[in-house]
Design a protein around this ligand. Structure first.
Ligand SMILES: [Zn+2]
Length: 182
């Protein structure tokens, strides 16, 4: 029987970016946007605050874009400081590349295993789904979900008792399945 685990965000991730005021390298989303319309051109930014000194930085979303090229629904959400939009944009690779930022998901996600019934079985088949593209180590997830230490999980991989089509040693941010036989 296949069990499903879900990696789900619990809050917004932090933004990794150097603060020009204090040198810290973590910002949190303020939940606010700034929109500047000048005739037919529009600029829009997502405002983030340094977690250390509170300085504001702007992440560019739109740069001198033609107003008519911007979906009205997006404009409404920018003007409304839509929190869901902040989450979507932070996960948008285009926004991240443009602003040269990375995300820090530590303490911003949880693993839902749907209970521990499956742990008694001799063979455990698990499908892990990601509700957001959160980079995590499968070894860590499996250790948490199966209530094992990381060293035990690594030993099971080495012994061929824990198998997957993906490499369990690195980081992943997309769905995968694994089988544990003991
Ligand atoms: Zn700062």
């Amino acid at each position: 029987m296949l069990s499903t685990w879900v990696v789900a965000p619990t809050c917004l991730p932090l933004v990794r970016r150097r603060c020009h005021v204090c040198g810290s390298d973590r910002f949190r989303a303020s939940g606010k946007f700034r929109v500047n319309a000048n005739h037919k051109l529009i600029d829009a930014w997502l405002l983030v605050l340094c977690t250390s000194c509170g300085a504001t930085a702007k992440l560019t979303l739109l740069e001198r874009a033609n107003v008519r090229s911007v979906r009205p629904e997006l404009l409404d959400r920018l003007h409304d400081n839509d929190l869901g939009l902040t989450a979507e944009l932070l996960q948008d690779p285009v926004v991240r590349r443009r602003n040269r930022i990375a995300l820090d998901w530590d303490d911003a996600w949880r693993l839902d295993t749907g209970g521990s019934d499956h742990l008694d079985r001799e063979v455990i088949d698990v499908s892990v789904r990601f509700a957001a593209r959160i980079p995590v180590r499968p070894v860590r997830l499996i250790a948490e979900g199966c209530r094992l230490s990381r060293a035990e999980v690594e030993r099971l991989v080495a012994e061929g008792k824990l198998v997957s089509a993906v490499r369990l040693g690195g980081r992943l941010s997309g769905d995968f399945t694994f089988t544990l036989k003991r």
